[in-house]
Each structure stands twice: as C-alpha cells, then as structure tokens.
Write a protein that binds this ligand. Structure first.
Ligand SMILES: O=C(O)CCC(=O)C(=O)O
Ligand SMILES: [Fe+2]
Length: 345
C-alpha cells in the first residue's frame, strides 16, 4: 500500500510517551533543565560566509551541477524549481496556524506512540538525553483525520494546501532523482527502476522551533541524517539550519526567498556507493523568534532492496550489502547514526 514503509516501521518501534509529547512552550518563562544542552553541542561553528551551492533547475548544466553538489556537500539549494511561491506561502501560513493553536488543542492530534502521523516530538528524541526545542506535525498523504481534530469546522484549507504541496514536491523529487542518478552514469533502465519505485513512501514533516527564552543553551534539532533518498526542505525566513561538512565544520544554510534546500538521505548514500554523503544536519536557535520549516521526505517502498547501483565509483567495489528498506529503517530505529556502518561490508 502506498505510504506504508514508514508507518509499518514505526509500528514496530513504539516510543515512550515522554518521547512523543512536546513541552507546553507557551507556559515556560525560563529554559527547563531538561532542555539545556551542554555548551559543546553548539561548538565547531565555521565561517558563516561559506554556503552550499545553489543550482538553477532551468540551467542546461543543472544535471552536472546537481551531481557535483551532491558529491561535495550532500546538499544544495534549488531555484526555478517550478513550485509556485504562493503555494509555499500558503503551506507555511497553514503550518503557522497549526502551531499557533493552544497546546491542549494541538494535543488532540497527538501522534500515538506507535504511530507515524500527527503532532509530536522529533522521532530522534529517544537517542538524546536532553529534549529539543521543537514540535512537529507529520503528514503522509491525507491529513484529514488529524486536521478535523484540530479544526472541526475549518480543516479543509489545511488539507488542501498540504495535499497540493505533497503532489508538487513529488514531481520535483522525481525530476531531481533523474538528474542525480544520471550524474552517476546510472543506465536509463536502472534509473527508471529506482525512480518509478520511489515515492511509494513519502512524508511531509512540519517543524516549529518556538520562541525560546534562552536560545544559546537550547537545541532546535540535534544532528542527524535523513532516512530518505532525498529531502526537500522549505524554511521560513529565520536562520537556524546548519549542515556539517568534513574538514570545515557546521555551515549555515540561510533561507533565500523561494529557494528550496535538497539533502541527500541515507538511501541515496547507499545507492551512490557512498559517493554522495548523507549530509549531517541540525537546527540551532540563531534568532530570537519562532522558526518554521517543511521537510518533504522522498523514500522507497519497504520491500525495495537497496544496494549500490552499477557502475560503481570510485572503487568499483560495493561498500554496502543489499538490505530491504524495511530492514534498514528497523536498524536505524534501534541504532540511529550507526545504522549505515551495520550494513557496510
Ligand atoms: O528545520 C529544518 O531546517 C530541518 C528539519 C529537518 O532536518 C528534518 O525535519 O529532518
Ligand atoms: Fe533532517
């Protein structure tokens, strides 16, 4: 069934309610101890003038540029991506409407411990002993059930915006996947096999980083890689997203009007035989105001077996054993960032 991969995997790994229910952010005046991160967690900041490449999708060289960016950074921004600015504004405004609801109202759409969709903490929360200054809302396809709980008489515009957005994101993800796999010299047949299977499991994650009384000691979203082929991210005008580049450190990814951030996820890292880094990223609270982002995860179906695609570069020896997406997600749910080393030869 469509969208099944993530839901299945999450059912198998239910979370403790402490790792689902966000803080009542409106009620706190000082940062609680549970949310204070050690100073070292914010260290290693690099020069804020460095930035990831930006690729204009209408550039005739876009394919080559996208490939280079994936290899050097595991991330890039895209412009001229054909997603209407009005739609970006609309989904952002609907996300804002959701997170502005009183806490008790948001809790009516709380994700269940073994569930995949709804309101709750970041899924990586159980791996850290401090809580993140973050609340999220996950959508897979239709959001009608949870939206009805939030706004019994006024849920349609939220659902319509989110559905329209996911449809447009899927088209963009398919375009990007073709360009990226082509840059690896993957044959057309193999590209089509992967891209047509892709998208059977997608999720839209709305993220909110509320106003924080002590931003320098809090963490928005702890360092992680995404369990996707690729992730397409829209961020509001507030800074905070950083990506990690080997030999450089944490690099800020500044929001620029209308451009979208694309991240290489774990699955594409495996398909590329580690030629593309699955980029480590985090969110710090840089500015003293609420930050919003919308992350669209483009995945593969649970029964798809991932392994490096031929032709292999640079060693031409596969670095990973073949594993089903279902098994990989299960390994990651238990081991987080060690998951990839467990499927490496
Ligand atoms: O808020 C952001 O900019 C990043 C969000 C993110 O990394 C995620 O949802 O996986
Ligand atoms: Fe992420």
């Amino acid at each position: 069934m469509i969208m099944s991969t993530l839901s299945e995997a999450y059912q198998d790994h239910p979370l403790h309610p402490h790792h689902v229910i966000p803080l009542d952010f409106d009620s706190v005046r000082a940062l609680p101890d549970t949310h204070v991160w050690p100073p070292a967690s914010h260290a290693l900041e690099s020069d804020d003038r460095l930035s990831i490449p930006t690729v204009d999708l209408t550039d005739p060289d876009a394919g080559k540029l996208v490939g280079q960016a994936c290899e050097a950074w595991g991330a890039f921004q895209v412009t001229n991506h054909a997603i209407p600015l009005d739609l970006l504004r609309e989904v952002e405004s609907e996300a804002r409407r959701l997170f502005s609801l009183p806490t008790e109202q948001k809790l009516k759409a709380l994700r269940s411990p073994g569930g995949a969709t709804g309101y709750g903490l970041a899924r990586i929360s159980p791996f850290f002993n401090k809580y993140m200054w973050h609340e999220g809302f996950t959508i897979m396809g239709s959001s009608i059930d949870h939206a009805r709980d939030l706004w019994p008489n006024d849920y349609q515009r939220f659902c319509d915006a989110m559905e329209d957005y996911q449809k447009r994101m899927k088209e963009l993800a398919i375009t990007l996947m073709h360009l990226i796999l082509k840059s690896l010299d993957i044959s057309e047949e193999e590209r089509t096999r992967v891209v047509s299977a892709g998208g059977a499991s997608t999720a839209l994650q709305l993220n909110s980083y509320p106003f924080c009384p002590d931003p320098n000691r809090a963490m928005g979203l702890a360092p992680h890689t995404d369990t996707s082929l690729l992730t397409i991210l829209h961020q509001s005008t507030v800074n905070g997203l950083q990506i990690f580049k080997d030999g450089v450190g944490w690099v800020l990814v500044s929001p620029t009007n209308g451009s979208l951030v694309v991240n290489v996820g774990d699955l594409l890292h495996v398909l590329s035989n580690a030629q593309f880094p699955n980029v480590l990223h985090r969110v710090v609270l840089k500015e003293n105001q609420q930050r919003l982002s919308l992350a669209y995860f483009y995945c593969l179906p649970s029964d798809f077996h991932i392994s490096p695609l031929a032709p292999l570069n640079p060693t031409r020896m596969p670095l990973f054993r073949s594993v089903s997406v279902r098994d990989y997600i299960g390994i990651k749910a238990k081991n987080l960032e060690k998951a990839l080393s467990l499927i490496r030869f």
